[in-house]
Design a protein around this ligand. Structure first.
Ligand code: DGP
Length: 114
């Protein structure tokens, strides 16, 4: 989609090493990691925010979460624990408007988040 940064990663216009890919999703490391493991999992389809998710997206969202738990195992953060986060719009701090699931781990996290 036009100017979308993550669509440019998907098209190869922004070269990025992928940690995982399937027909429907890809995963790559965050450029500005907030934890020792910080991976972003995105759908190949451009969906701007969680508000744009529809019933037809149920399986891709499930695939994203399943990929997060598999990647957590691969990163050896599954036993210690990890966090998965979708930020939606301004109050949550969303800065790239192509939905992405953050997988964060390798350190302790506070609750509630800031
Ligand atoms: P959010 O704030 O939830 O919209 O997260 C967007 C994340 O995207 C942020 O943690 C930084 C990351 N990011 C931004 N630009 C790039 C990029 O060009 N490459 C990679 N790998 N990550 C990026």
């Amino acid at each position: 989609m036009g100017d979308c940064l993550f669509c440019k990663i998907l098209s190869g216009d922004i070269p990025t090493e992928l940690e995982y890919e399937s027909e429907n999703i890809v995963a790559f490391r965050d450029i500005n990691p907030q934890a020792p493991t910080h991976i972003l999992i995105i759908p190949r389809e451009h969906i701007a925010t969680l508000n744009d998710v529809r019933k037809k997206h149920r399986s891709v969202l499930g695939e994203m979460q399943l990929a997060a738990s598999k990647l957590a195992e691969k990163e050896k953060i599954n036993i210690g624990g990890y966090r998965t986060v979708f930020n939606c719009n301004e109050d949550a701090g969303q800065s790239v408007f192509h939905i992405h699931l953050h997988l964060l781990g390798g350190r302790g996290f506070r609750w509630p988040p800031g």
